[in-house]
Design a protein around this ligand. Sequence first.
Ligand SMILES: [Mn+2]
Length: 249
Amino acid sequence: MAKKIYFASDFHLGTPSYSESRTREARIVSWLNFIEPDCSELFLMGDVFDFWFEYATVVPKGFVRLQGKLAAMTDAGIKIYFFKGNHDMWVRDYFTREIGMEIISDELIIERSGKKFYLHHGDGLGPGDNKYKFLRKIFRSKVCQWLFARLHPNLGIGIANSWSRGSRAAQTEKEVFLGEDKEWLAIYAKEQLQQAHFDYFIFGHRHLPLDIDLGNGSRYVNIGEWLNYNSYGVFDGQDLKLEYYNPKA
Ligand SMILES: [Mn+2]
C-alpha cells in the first residue's frame, strides 16, 4: 500500500473539562489506529495539549493513552513531528526521549514526492495580533520559562489552567471564515509566495478547516481542530486532501 503523510493539530486536550478531553483523546487514538496502516509520517502541528509545561524532572498528568499510542507508532518506524503551538510551546526533551517525536519550534519546510510544503502552527504570522506577538516573545524567553519553572507545579499549572480556560478553544462558538483577503494566514502565505514557490501551506491555529486556492498551483490548507471538526490533512504522494474523521462511519 502506498504510504501517506498525515497532518493534524489543535486537539487542545485539557479543555473544556477532564471528561470531554478524555472522550476527545479516545477519538484521536481511534483515528491514529485508523491511519496507522498506511501512515509513513505524522505531523502534529501544535496545541495538542491545552497546556503543557515541562519541568526538568516533572511533566503534567494525563493523556497517557495518546502518548502511549504515539510511542507505539514511532517504535513501529513511523516518523512523528510535534510542532510547538501557542498552548504547548514549553516542551523540553521528554517527548523526544520517551516518545521519539521530533520537536519543531517554528516553520518546517519539506519536500515530498516533488511537492514543496510550508508547515507551521500558524501563531504569530501575518498582519495584526500584535498583543500576541509581544506575548509570544515573553512566553518563549528562556528567562521567563526559568522563572515560571521556579513556581511549584500545583501553582504554576493551576495558574496556566485558569488562563487557558478563558482562551479561544474553551469557547463553544465556531470560528467564522473572514474572506480570503482577510484571512491572515492566507495573506502570510501569499507574501511567502513572493519569495519562493510552495505547493502547500499547511497551518493549524485558526480552528477552522480551510482549503484556499492561492493561484499558480499553490494552496493554503488549514487542518482545523478536534473540538468540533475532527479534521486532518492527508497527502498520498499525488495530492493533499482535507478530510474529516467520523468514527461511527
Ligand atoms: Mn489552538
